[in-house]
Write a protein that binds this ligand. Structure first.
Ligand code: K7E
Ligand code: CUA
Length: 865
């Protein structure tokens, strides 16, 4: 722990802030604060969000990437970005859209035969059990092209894209029902359900809105298209939805705008859409019983098929008492059901109020058939006042809501006011407001829309970031602002610029609920989760030809691609199945063939396929695109494309001096000797690991397995080397010995990491002073000359406290002022031996004390070094 940080934590933990800051007055912290112009509050906010190296966040956020068509993943409270998940758009660095498997997924999103390579992601949703997030699947919609994608949270990869067969846009998705039975997707802009032309003058007759209920198989994580259906709705523009939960389970709610059914026409002298679509004081909240409608959808008599998809008409829904309307304040943007399912909050963005509806009141009205009338399509309308629990004046442009762990507590974004308002939906009181920068859209609470909201933080997803960041041109980054909501009043902690499309909505989940894979079972087709047909193990690599079709079964492992030479004819169709043989964590290899626009990212155990027509002649290097090892640049090969109709003249061979047999033999012996020495080092590590029962510690055992993956390949190479030597090909034998050395280096690399990890686990616990000492030792550069457990360019410090009389004092003096002791006979001897003088590293007295503690810890554990 650094000095600064320990002070900082005292400061944060301190009882009264002023007193603690004053006590830190003379220290490092105050110096930094002064230099950087930081206030006390800045420092506290930094401490609340700072994640030390190696630390983990409490929550993980999945944010839509808006017009980038992706999903962004980051941690809370650190706001560190962890991943971009490729969804509706090609993502070259992950090979998404550049290898065959991911292309297939991307192409599931073709609409009417057209390739679509962009998307406008809006609303991510996490699968639920009893209304609580289970951390298994993430769904997200594409507003521009009505589609829903499913992402597997076991590997954060897109698994499925489904196209809505009847909608022409889809803003209001994705929302899971409380046990992930269905995913709700509402259309936005009403349009004909069929794919034909219908004049806009027939808007009311032929244009339709609706909600699609996508049947979800929560075990497999796939939408079942044939069991899904759409509820026909009037051409009001259905916006966002929410599924009922708890007491309102089985029902769903969708808000709308343009119940005026205005269709604009500036070019024919009409006022623009914005005027006509917001004329009425109220629009309609759609209330429907999806549980009942799902049963109806199982009987042919209740639906019609449009574009191969079931549609339940409004008439059928109404006849079965499954569809109602309630007036809501005009042009709202979202509807949010409380954690218990009893209260439903709608904010009209052109109204200053939030309206809280009460489910038990709505239910009673429905039961009593107490309607105030019917809309032009015959849908019963419930009385607004009788359905309301109450209304609260919040401010200008209220949009979206999130819940916290405190009963009745709700947070609402105010778009026009650029504020977050905290209020209580039970007693209808405003509690606090916080300014944000600027024009907030959605809010993201921690599991804030689930049945089990966690409180702690709210993230404000702002539309504008005018003066927040370094300018990068007229287009500014987006701004996610983290707000602490654990206190009585809100506190804005952190601004995160998002260099991506407009991230509309985000969902947060406790990190402890996510359990992603470390590696795939060998030969996995990541797009299906099953074994890939091109799975290739070491020794099975081959090139097969069938007419003009060439299939390559290749493997990749540090640091070679097998095969390394592929020769094909111009015009051949080349398919390459690539298997990453690694089991080691994070040992990804990438693969590309220059000029052919293909790329695959192969995670440990993955098999992927690239395919291309070798339509241009020439020599094309292919290589691993991930810096995977010290010999990563050497992880390459050549694709040679020759024209079968051309005659090639072979080049004159260059005459070069070759080594004599004696020289070759000398090199061979030298190489073998180096290998033997390296093996001895490996064996000493192995002995240490065994003696200290590495198998008792999972982390260490896994590293040892990785190491032996490499080590296990040595005998085969040795055989080849011996055979070459026997056949008199010393040069080849040397090359195989070099390969052995490569394998040994990789073994040793992981082996030593395993040893270090084991030492940490079995050594005695360091005191905080010893911890600081180790850090000072490292940062002060002591490690440059002293390696613990080994004599290197300076003496081994194990046992140094036993080597001198009054040793602690002796060592401290030597650290603090070495020059003074250069004439001490012992020191003189050392200087002569190492031909080096201990330099003055300007350690402070405290640091020196800590280093002594660290040295004591070393002595306690001397047997481990
Ligand atoms: Cu505009 Cu949910 Cu698409 Cu709100 S969304 S701001
Ligand atoms: Cu594999 Cu670089």
């Amino acid at each position: 722990m650094s000095k600064t940080f320990s002070k900082l934590s005292t400061l944060v933990l301190g009882t009264t802030l002023a007193a603690t800051v004053a006590s830190a007055g003379t220290g490092e912290l105050e110096k930094i604060m002064k230099k950087r112009g930081l206030t006390e509050n800045d420092v506290i906010r930094a401490a609340k969000t700072y994640l030390p190296t190696g630390g983990r966040d409490e929550f993980v956020v999945f944010s839509s990437g808006g017009q980038s068509g992706q999903v962004m993943v980051y941690g809370v409270p650190s706001m560190k970005i962890l991943k971009y998940i490729a969804v509706f758009t090609p993502e070259p660095w992950q090979g998404y859209g550049f290898d065959e498997g991911s292309k297939k997924i991307l192409r599931q999103g073709n609409i009417r035969g057209r390739e679509i390579n962009w998307g406008d992601t809006h609303h991510p949703a996490i699968s639920e059990v009893n209304g609580e997030y289970d951390g298994k699947w993430l769904a997200i919609n594409d507003k521009a092209n009505p589609r829903i994608a499913i992402i597997d949270l076991a590997d954060f990869e897109t698994r499925q894209i489904v196209v809505n067969p009847v909608f022409k846009s889809a803003h209001g998705g994705a929302f899971f029902t409380q046990n992930s039975e269905y995913i709700i997707e509402a259309c936005q802009y009403a349009a004909p359900f069929d794919n034909n032309y219908h004049p806009i003058e027939e808007y009311k007759e032929t244009y339709r809105g609706g909600v699609t209920m996508w049947k979800f198989d929560a075990k497999k994580g796939r939408i079942i298209e044939k069991d899904s259906y759409t509820i026909e709705m009037p051409p009001y523009m259905q916006d966002l939805s929410d599924a009922g939960k708890g007491v309102s389970h089985g029902w769903a709610f969708t808000n709308s705008f343009n119940t005026e059914m205005y269709t604009g026409g500036i070019e024919v002298g009409m006022p623009p859409n914005e005027a006509g679509m917001s004329r009425f004081d109220t629009d309609f909240l759609h209330v429907y019983n999806w549980e009942k409608l799902s049963k109806l959808a199982q009987n042919k008599a209740n639906y019609t098929m449009i574009n191969g998809h079931k549609v339940i008409s409004m008439k059928t829904a109404v006849a079965n008492d499954a569809f109602f309307l309630i007036p809501e304040p005009k042009s709202p943007h979202g509807v949010d059901v409380s954690p218990d399912g009893e209260y439903i909050t709608v904010c009209g963005k052109l109204d200053t109020h939030a309206s809280v509806y009460k489910w038990s009141k709505i239910k009673a009205l429905i039961k009593a058939k107490d309607y105030v009338g019917k809309d032009p399509y015959g849908i019963p309308i419930l009385d607004m006042k009788k359905s309301l629990h109450g209304q609260v004046e919040l401010g200008l442009g209220p949009l979206h809501n999130q819940y916290s762990n405190v009963k009745g507590e709700i947070y609402t974004s105010l778009y026009v006011d650029s504020q977050i308002v905290k209020w209580n939906y039970l007693d209808l009181k405003v509690l606090d407001k916080e300014n944000v920068h600027y024009n907030v859209g959605h809010l993201c609470g921690m599991e804030g829309k689930s049945a089990d909201p966690q409180g702690k933080y709210i993230i404000s997803l702002n539309k504008l970031a005018i003066d927040r960041f370094q300018s990068v041109g007229p287009l500014h980054p987006q701004n996610h602002q983290l707000i602490d909501i654990s206190g009585k009043t809100m506190d804005l902690l952190y601004d995160m610029p998002v260099p991506l499309g407009e991230p509309h909505q985000a969902v947060a989940i406790r990190a402890s609920k996510l359990h992603p894979h470390v590696r795939y079972p060998m030969g996995t087709d990541v797009t299906t989760g099953k074994q890939h047909k091109g799975k290739t193990l070491a020794g099975q690599e081959r090139i097969e030809r069938d007419g003009n079709k060439v299939t390559v079964y290749a493997t990749m492992v540090r640091s070679h691609i097998n095969p390394e030479r592929i020769t094909v004819n111009k015009g051949d169709i080349v398919t390459m199945h690539l298997t990453n043989l690694e089991r080691a964590q994070d040992e990804t290899h990438g693969f590309t063939v220059d000029h052919y626009n293909v790329h695959a990212s192969l995670e440990p155990g993955e098999t992927a396929t690239i395919k291309f027509e070798a339509d241009i002649e020439g020599v094309f290097p292919y290589y691993c695109t991930e810096f995977c090892s010290a010999l990563h640049l050497e992880m390459m090969g050549y694709l040679m494309v020759k024209d079968p109709n051309k005659k090639y003249v072979s080049a004159q061979k260059l005459k070069m001096k070759t080594m004599t047999k004696t020289e070759l033999m000398a090199e061979y012996k030298k190489t073998v000797a180096v290998n033997d020495a390296t093996e001895a080092v490996i064996m000493s590590v192995v002995k240490f690991l065994k003696e200290n029962k590495f198998g008792d510690h999972k982390v260490v055992a896994e590293l040892v397995t990785d190491a032996f993956d490499q080590f296990g390949q040595i005998p085969a190479q040795k055989k080849l080397s011996d055979a070459a030597l026997k056949a008199g090909d010393i040069e080849k034998a040397i090359l195989f010995e070099n390969m052995i050395w490569q394998l040994m280096v990789k073994t040793a690399d992981v082996g030593i990491r395993a040893k270090d990890a084991l030492v940490r686990l079995i050594s005695t616990k360091q005191t905080t002073s010893a911890q600081r000492g180790e850090k000072a030792f490292g940062e002060g550069g002591c490690g440059g000359c002293h390696v613990i457990g080994k004599v290197s360019s300076g003496p081994d410090l194990t046992g140094v406290l036993q080597r001198h009389e009054n040793a602690e004092k002796w060592v401290s003096n030597f650290i603090l002022d070495p020059e003074k002791m250069y004439n001490d006979p012992y020191v003189k001897g050392m200087i002569n031996y190492f031909n080096l003088k201990m330099p003055n590293q300007h350690m402070s007295k405290d640091e020196t004390k800590d280093i002594i503690e660290y040295l004591k810890w070393i002595d306690e554990n001397a047997n481990l070094f």
